[in-house]
Write a protein that binds this ligand. Structure first.
Ligand SMILES: Nc1ncnc2c1ncn2[C@@H]1O[C@H](COP(=O)(O)OP(=O)(O)O)[C@@H](O)[C@H]1O
Ligand SMILES: [Mg+2]
Length: 238
């Protein structure tokens, strides 16, 4: 579904990502691990068209989407839940959700169905649908950010540290929700510091460090390496 080939991205003269290659297959959940500053957010921002590539290819469903603008990328089916919660605090929950459906704004029946599904997945959004988004708790705002991305009807959803700042119980709920979303056909690429939680629902993973992929493998393989701390070089900072 997504094939990244030798992708290089730089902010200034120095690359933040250096010849990254990775793949996400249709129907998979893939985890992207790595210490702070590894380039995880940079990678997701580049996939979403917010940052430009210097070199390399991003093939999504057979077509090169590198350097398309963010709007074009969303309309091809890539959704993004950014790091931090970029919701509109003065708008209601439902208005925030409807903004996510902007590209399909004429398909009223489908929007209604999407909304029903989101309310089923994230019931707290239904309870609070007419409340101002800024009055939600941190965890609820995270749910809203995810709900809004789903309203764009993505095929592939990019999640940047979704568990950040959540209480452990909420984290478990959130990852159960991801599993459910995946069961309904959504492919997920998750950036996480909660390694165990994320790998436990993933099929495969990649470990980034200093802008490079330094390890890739099955989730169980990555978990084992971490548990045994064989590769202290890779995981010592995690
Ligand atoms: N806007 C920016 N301008 C310049 N350098 C940046 C910018 N954003 C991130 N960087 C640098 O790029 C590298 C990767 O950052 P980032 O993608 O945010 O890492 P991660 O999400 O893995 O913590 C870091 O060295 C960071 O300092
Ligand atoms: Mg980041």
């Amino acid at each position: 579904m997504l094939k990244i080939k030798k992708l290089t991205v730089q902010y200034g003269p120095l690359p933040a990502l250096y010849e990254i290659s990775l793949e996400v297959k249709q129907g998979e959940i893939v985890t992207l691990l790595g210490p702070n500053g590894a380039g995880k957010t940079t990678l997701l921002l580049t996939l979403s068209g917010i940052l430009k590539t210097t070199q390399g290819r991003i093939i999504f469903e057979g077509e090169d989407i590198a350097n398309l603008n963010p709007h074009q990328i969303v309309s091809r089916g890539i959704g993004h839940v950014p790091q931090g919660r970029h919701i509109f605090p003065t708008l209601s929950v439902i208005d925030n959700l409807m903004l996510g459906a902007y590209l399909h704004r004429n398909q009223k029946d489908e929007i209604k169905k999407d909304l029903e599904w989101i309310y089923q997945l994230l019931p707290v959004l239904k309870e609070r649908s007419h409340q101002r988004a800024g009055t939600l708790s941190g965890g609820e705002q995270q749910m809203l950010s995810i709900g809004r991305a789903i309203m764009g009807r993505p095929k592939l959803l990019l999640l940047d540290e979704p568990s950040l700042g959540l209480a452990p119980r909420l984290m478990d709920e959130l990852f159960a929700t991801f599993r459910e979303m995946n069961r309904k056909g959504l492919t997920l690429l998750i950036v996480e510091q909660e390694i165990h939680l994320s790998l436990s629902i993933s099929k495969r993973g990649y470990l980034l460090r200093n802008g490079r992929v330094i390890k890739e493998g099955s989730a169980s393989n990555l978990m084992e390496i971490r548990d045994k701390q064989i590769d202290t070089y890779s995981f010592s900072i995690l």
